[in-house]
Design a protein around this ligand. Sequence first.
Ligand code: ADP
Length: 510
Amino acid sequence: MALNSESIRVLVVDDEQNIRDGVKRILKRMGLKVDLASQGEEGLKILTREKPAIVLLDMKMPGISGIELLGRIREKDPAVIVIVITGFATIETAIEAMKNGAYDFIAKPFEPDQLRIVVNRARETLRLTREHQRLEKERRRTLADLDTEKSRVHTILNAFPSGVVITNTHGQVVLMNQALRVLLELDPCLATGQPIETYVADEGFCSLVKSISSGKYVDFGDIPTYEFNHGSEKFLLAKGQPVIGEQCEYLGAVINLMDITSMRVMDQVKTEFMAKVTHELRSPLSTIHAQLTMAINELVSDDAGKDHKLLSRAKEKTQGLISLIGDLLDLSRIEAGTAALTTKPVQLGLLLKDVVDFLNAQAQAKEQILNLVLHSESMPPINTDPMVLESIFGNLITNAIKYTQNKGRITVEAEFAGGQHRVNVTDNGYGIDAEDLKKIFRRFYRVKNEKTRFIIGTGLGLPIVNGLVNSLGGKISVESTPGEGSAFSVFLPTEKSCELPQSTLPLEKY
Ligand code: ADP
């Protein structure tokens, strides 16, 4: 608010007519509004009515004394600026008046300039005071707005059906919603402000939250989801993102916790059912397969050609069913977390050599070149069940052979860099188009086109590979160009780190 002189009113209380008139003239020329009173009582009445901002008060008047009047004015409105007018001999009175709250004094007789200086100073003080009041008011309003904003955020957060927790860069909880308290069965009175470990006991979850909070993830797409048990019955799924400030600085993390117990229970029932059924089917099927083989071998007569064909087709079908059952059993084992039975240090280079040597016969049957290139001289061993690694790379190399034309080239490369193993299986085969590429890790998904239509498979190989890689705390990625070929890359740590999330099959199946 701009303070113009017009809005300032001055009351002059003096018993001398000529002083009153002279002062009025000077003040009017300064652009101020002026009221005059010849004695105290009249002055008080005008004070109540006109509410002047400045009072020029003569100390020596008949009737009510200047000091008393000063006291009454200050009582009525302590914000009024009182300038006392004193005679020559009353300098002590001036000092007393200042002690009683007068702003300044001017001694009689005074020059117009002296009056102007004193009044201008009072006017400036008034301007500063009003400016200060305006800023204070604004500050209070801003604080009130902030308070409203805060309660709005709380209300919105509490309306979320899933649990939400927000941490600062040190992983301390700054906010959490009601749903989170319910999910984690927290004491309703438990305050925020403590490290995340105070609220959630799971080590892997806490370390993921702290990694996100401290800005460890540069590429947010790399942030894994994390699944863990709360108590013996509850399964929770956590998804987190960093909170980024206006200057692109990390402020902490926001974590969403969902209760996926019902999904997990259903999944468990399904897995158990699948394991049971497939197990029951495998033995009789294997028996039929063996008997068919025997029957084919025993067909000797000349007119056995037709029977031979029929039995061979039946044998092919049983073989297909046996490998489907094998894949389903593998998946059940991965989901049950029992894929790795014996853990020991495995030299990846040697293992790859064995797998490549074994599959070379398949590649040669298609006149393909299958190569193994080890880029690192020495690679630290991986602590795992060798069967798991054989299954991962066996599947990927078999696929490369299957989905590459005769006389094609398949290269398996391995290196140890940046604390992890990387294995690339590259082929110059049929390739996969972008739409299919998104889906090939789904169960039973098979690309059906002119080139792949007649290739036998179950659509379970890649889901198995993905599940096994995850169970080792690793990652798999794929790049492919139709007509040019595909490259599958597997990244594996030497040891499954407790910082990495637990293994989970992709949740998209839900
Ligand atoms: P399948 O038993 O069909 O091989 P997978 O799960 O191993 O099942 O693979 C899924 C689909 O991905 C395959 O049907 C195939 O179309 C495609 N695929 C996998 N590997 C390759 C590859 N190296 N080149 C081209 N297509 C591939």
